[in-house]
Design a protein around this ligand. Sequence first.
Ligand SMILES: Cc1cc2nc3c(=O)[nH]c(=O)nc-3n(C[C@H](O)[C@H](O)[C@H](O)COP(=O)(O)OP(=O)(O)OC[C@H]3O[C@@H](n4cnc5c(N)ncnc54)[C@H](O)[C@@H]3O)c2cc1C
Length: 402
Amino acid sequence: MDLALSPQDLAFRDEVRRFLDDNLSEDLREAGRKTGGVFADFAAGLRWHKVLAKRGWSAPTWPREHGGTGWSATQRYIFARECIAADAPRIFSMGVRMVGPVIMKFGTPEQKAKYLPKIVSGDLVFCQGYSEPGSGSDLASLKTRAMRDGDDYVINGTKIWTTGAHIADHMFCLVRTSTEGKPQDGISFVLIDSMQTPGLTVKPIMTLAGDHEVNQVFFDNVRTPVANRIGPENAGWTVAKYLLEFERGGDAYTPNLYARIEDIRRIAREEAADGSGRLAGERSFAERLAETEMEIQALEMIEMQVLSDLSRGKNPGAASSAMKIRGSETLQKLDHLGVEALAWYAAPFEPEARMLGHNQPTVTPDYGVTAMPLYNNNRAASIYAGSNEIQRNIIAKAVLGL
Ligand SMILES: Cc1cc2nc3c(=O)[nH]c(=O)nc-3n(C[C@H](O)[C@H](O)[C@H](O)COP(=O)(O)OP(=O)(O)OC[C@H]3O[C@@H](n4cnc5c(N)ncnc54)[C@H](O)[C@@H]3O)c2cc1C
């Protein structure tokens, strides 16, 4: 694979840079810089989504016929890198990244017309209702039950770790429509058109860093139309697995990792070393940063391959599992280096420092206020989207034939 940028790619990069210069307001950039978890402040992310939608750039991975950009893998990668380098807020994008591709593949023409344009425009925000207490890695054991009643399903049960359920207006979820046969054979994939549907309750779960990102969702006789089922009844497992490949492989990891390593270099240029001078000049720290950068470069190769497969409509298969493992482990390594570089100054608990518009003095220097929240929140990176142990099992079976 040739990774050098062609003249057309360079022209595209310049076009993206101009667009970002003109459209990323300072408050949106602040939201990007102050991100202490996976997603930026939800409201800021949504505002940015709508700016991108106006330009036709809100669904970088989608084909043009559904309102996407039709970009090549390289263009998508360039776009992701430029956005992160310019501090664009990271959008809560389960619609574009996950359920959108599923609706394109398994949805009826009516479902495509109903949902896809509004996902692109940012008028529909989806959350993901897969995991349940006791059914995370062993997802097929899920118990949330959907019983047919006329033209509706009536749903009872609970989902947990539902990111953004408190700000989403829609949910895609896996429900049990049969208890016959293998657990995988009794699951259906349904959409819930409003998080305000009677019987549906969202309860917050606060993260270690003090953020509200995840929730538990309870269903007490929640009705959703049978017409909201994606794919045939009891064939939801196939739909669910297709979505998981986009969850693990649909987003570029390395632009974020490159941006994080730059942040840590900035901290190391400011912070004192043990002896004299700055941390950036300390040999052992510089060596560890260099080693990590080489890991990012290696990961970039896998990532380009996966993005290229996805853009040609190919299924990335186990490569997305490899990318998820390396991406999350390298991220955690960087988080560790960030906290180590700040030493005591990483420790104060100052969640207000990450509030948009906050301008009071903080104990942790400005350039470090996200270091500890990122360290804490990203512990989950090796758990969500399928834990790394489960990804290793997938590679063992699919690649090594074990
Ligand atoms: C921050 C965060 C956000 C999340 N967001 C969402 C969301 O929006 N929507 C959603 O549906 N889910 C979400 N999840 C849930 C996530 O997908 C699950 O937590 C994950 O799949 C693990 O499931 P579990 O928590 O039940 O742990 P378990 O499955 O109980 O696993 C516990 C431990 O055992 C290991 N383990 C389990 N089975 C095996 C095995 N067969 N072989 C080897 N090791 C094994 C696991 O790797 C893990 O270390 C989120 C989770 C977190 C932490």
